[in-house]
Design a protein around this ligand. Sequence first.
Ligand SMILES: Cc1cc2nc3c(=O)[nH]c(=O)nc-3n(C[C@H](O)[C@H](O)[C@H](O)COP(=O)(O)OP(=O)(O)OC[C@H]3O[C@@H](n4cnc5c(N)ncnc54)[C@H](O)[C@@H]3O)c2cc1C
Length: 496
Amino acid sequence: MPEYSTINLHPSSHPISSLKTHTYDVICIGSGWAGRVTAARVVKAGLTAVIIENELVGGDCPFWACVPSKVLLRSNETLEAAKAVGGAKERIIGDGVDVEGLFKRRDQMTAGGDDGQVLVPTVESSGAHLVRGTGRLVGVKRVEVKSWNGETVELDAVHAVVLCTGSHPVVPDVPGLNEANPWFPRDATSASKVPEHLVILGAGAVGCEMATAYLSFGATVTLITTSKEILPKIDPEAGKLVRERLVNRNMQFYLSTEVVRVTREATNSVKVELSNGEVISATEILVAAGRKASTSGLGLDIFGLSTDGSAIPVDESLCVEAVPNRWLYAAGDINGRSPLTHMCKYHGRIASQAIIAAARGTPRPHKDLDNTSAVADHAGIPQVVFTDPIVASVGLTRTMALAVGKSVREITAPVKTVGAMIHADGYQDGWAQWIVEDGSNKLLGATFVGSDVTDLLHASTVAIIGGMRLEQLAHAVPSFPTLSEVYLNLLEAAGF
Ligand SMILES: Cc1cc2nc3c(=O)[nH]c(=O)nc-3n(C[C@H](O)[C@H](O)[C@H](O)COP(=O)(O)OP(=O)(O)OC[C@H]3O[C@@H](n4cnc5c(N)ncnc54)[C@H](O)[C@@H]3O)c2cc1C
């Protein structure tokens, strides 16, 4: 894959002149998952839609985020899985992953940064129209599109405009950081060479996943975070288990530490000064310090909305309530509710259903589980962090439950089952936790840590969204010999 800085983000197809009409039922600004799902679903319901995109069609996920990052992690996961099974491990030749081979696989999976291979045909086959350029609100239901060659056009929406412009990295206010030309996540996921020593600023999912990946490529990795534990949005025990495993693999962590200055000393040399007085010399620094909503230049100011990167407030149908007459929606990362790809797809589903219902004049039921309310944003956001070990979590953590005044208890159990023993010799660090509401015995949250725990999560997600009590879960019998038998361990720990 060409390095990020050399990729043409503005291909010449789908110019403004290719538009056959300037009026659409629905206009989506941004072609990430949120925009594509919204547009495809309204078209399926018989409305017309156009997507405006100012970079690669597809947004972050297929080119720079989920897909390449997971491909970069997968080879080592596979290797480690084989190493833990007698009869397979004896056949492994050589040490570590083949970095060149996995970069090649990443390039295939991301189509080398060419959106014409998969993403453009996907949009076209959905029946939505596509135009390349920057979208900006210029009036009620009116959007201006400005292309990179300076051509402009104004489009009108009959029913709705949906803002799906995603998010972009936060740049912490650290002296020298910008001037040091740091890596951002796009550089880390598209790189084709491995820095000898990578310093990572930030311990959220992106920072920790990239740390795990680059460690497996043979880099020395140092992670610096102001938080007390890594993965601060997840239960601290999960963060601790991941950190301990990575420390065993010689990774260095600085917790509760600030970076106070960064200096680029040469192409491959960066000096990082810390709040504890230490100075680290590294090859590259990756900034993974969170994300903010992509709101600038969208014309939001004419409707009195903030453009400083704060999330756009929306109601349960993802409609921007502050703008009268319910024609402006914000779906995906831009509304800050649940910035994850599967939740962006969910937002596309909810927003499109709300728009279709409004277009048909059918009243929206406004009930808890109706199909135009994004209730999962509150009750059960699932997330998998593909570190080593993997962390899969859904719903409320203890801290979140207490913050909303719920009285809860924590149930923990090891991921120790016959299935786990068959899965891998010495299945390591497997840990499971449920957060259960006192009194009702309803499941409110779940966290699983270990290898291959990703698919344990959905059963807990279903139980949380379904409002299931442990008395009911006790009759959901997991198959033998699967990792799912950890559910029996949790039930036993809960007294069932
Ligand atoms: C390294 C990394 C790894 C990740 N891994 C995962 C993962 O494993 N699982 C997961 O669930 N999530 C993951 N995420 C998060 C996930 O990528 C995002 O939640 C998701 O891509 C956001 O989708 P979206 O549709 O909101 O926006 P985006 O995909 O960002 O799409 C927005 C699009 O809008 C365009 N745009 C912006 N402004 C304008 C404008 N004015 N006019 C026209 N177009 C505009 C942009 O160019 C962009 O193409 C990861 C994120 C990162 C950074």
